[in-house]
Write a protein that binds this ligand. Structure first.
Ligand SMILES: Cc1cc2nc3c(=O)[nH]c(=O)nc-3n(C[C@H](O)[C@H](O)[C@H](O)COP(=O)(O)OP(=O)(O)OC[C@H]3O[C@@H](n4cnc5c(N)ncnc54)[C@H](O)[C@@H]3O)c2cc1C
Length: 339
């Protein structure tokens, strides 16, 4: 049984840098430790919360109950066939280090997701995505343990119900399944994806070929320029999702705002750039209490020093209200608020 600690500080374990303490805290380094906890009736009286790298969380000052910190480690090529390499990594592996390791082995496919903070285990939870790819495009399966019953289950891609920043793990029974390992299938016939954002231009500017390693380097450079580094200024990445709206509403909005930033998703729907909506609503670089929408990227909320969960909530509500009043669009918050 791992050691249980009480009143454990979480401030350095969340990238927003919110002052927070876990009532009880356990670091899980082996799947068996998780099973031991599940079998312990004393621990079952608590509410349990799973913590990865804390990069998509807005924490309260006190997290009631037991926080399970995912520190399971290990990564390996499990098998291969003519088309794919199948690579499995434990939930506690750092995502970016895992991506770099796959590239060093010569397995391309994850490079567009370089420099996303957090852990491998959390990557399917919101189907992480960046620069034109999402986890669902390279996902094979995952293993999870049910925290109430101890049952172990393998989830195939279809069972995860992946969608934009979404999966089954954010819905019914949220927090019931603890993901212990994820298997990715990486295509042997490499196809570079450089048609998103400034990737192709940047490769050309630096006279670099579109190899997986070069794409990773260039995307990391672009991200470092655009996004605030959580080690310097607390944040949880994009604070709002890009809203998906009807073609009808886009038609109305374009008449009024010809510069509206939009991407066609299907015959009937468009994705709007939430950053543009926030900027046009006057919130880019604007603060409320100790939080602000970032000056260089309006989609990111930043901690100006001693922010609290309540202040994050107030700014989030103020921005959403103004965007809705101006554009009739409801913004959805991306990070998860723990109660
Ligand atoms: C600067 C910055 C840039 C970012 N850029 C991107 C981006 O480009 N694209 C993107 O999609 N996201 C991005 N994010 C958001 C974040 O990095 C991802 O959502 C990441 O996958 C969260 O991982 P984590 O380990 O930190 O999860 P945490 O924040 O610790 O947890 C997030 C949620 O997942 C659950 N969870 C964690 N581990 C497990 C597990 N093993 N089993 C079950 N549930 C679990 C938690 O309970 C919680 O509900 C960014 C964040 C920051 C700070």
């Amino acid at each position: 049984m791992p050691q249980i600690q009480s009143h454990y500080p979480l401030t350095s374990l969340n990238t927003f840098g919110l002052q927070s303490v876990a009532e009880y805290f356990i670091s899980i380094e082996q799947p068996q430790q998780l099973l031991d906890c599940i079998a312990d009736p004393k621990l079952n009286q608590f509410k349990w919360s799973i913590l990865g790298g804390g990069s998509n969380l807005i924490l309260p000052e006190l997290v009631h109950g037991l926080v399970l910190k995912m520190d399971l480690k290990g990564r390996q090529l499990t098998h291969e066939d003519e088309e794919y390499w199948y690579i499995t990594a434990a939930a506690g592996e750092n995502w970016h280090e895992f991506v770099q390791w796959t590239l060093e082995q010569g397995w391309g496919g994850l490079e567009n997701l370089s420099l996303i903070p957090g852990t491998v285990g959390a990557s399917p939870v919101q189907n992480i995505g960046a620069y034109g790819i999402e986890i669902k495009d390279v996902f094979h399966s995952l293993t999870a343990i049910h925290l109430k019953t101890g049952a172990q289950k393998e989830f195939a891609r279809e069972e995860c119900c992946f969608a934009y920043r979404d999966s089954v793990f954010k819905h019914e029974g949220y927090g019931d399944w603890c993901i212990t390992a994820v298997t990715f299938q990486l295509r042997k016939r490499y196809e570079a994806k450089t048609n998103y954002g400034d990737v192709a231009q940047e490769l050309e500017r630096q006279s670099l070929q579109a190899t997986a390693k070069n794409i990773s380097t260039v995307i990391s450079q672009i991200r470092l320029q655009k996004l605030p580094n959580p080690a310097e200024i607390g944040n949880a990445g994009s604070f709002f999702q890009n809203p998906i709206v009807s073609q009808e509403l886009v038609g109305e909005l374009v008449e009024q705002y010809p510069a509206l930033v939009k991407y066609k998703v299907s015959e009937e729907t468009y994705k709007l750039a939430a950053a543009w909506l926030i900027e046009q609503s006057g919130w880019k670089g604007r603060a409320l209490g100790s939080v602000a929408m970032f000056q260089r990227q309006a989609l990111v909320m930043v901690n100006l020093g001693d922010a609290t969960q309540q202040q994050v909530k107030l700014l989030s509500e103020a921005v959403s209200k103004d965007v809705c009043a101006k554009f009739k669009v409801n913004l959805m918050v991306e990070p998860i608020f723990w109660g």
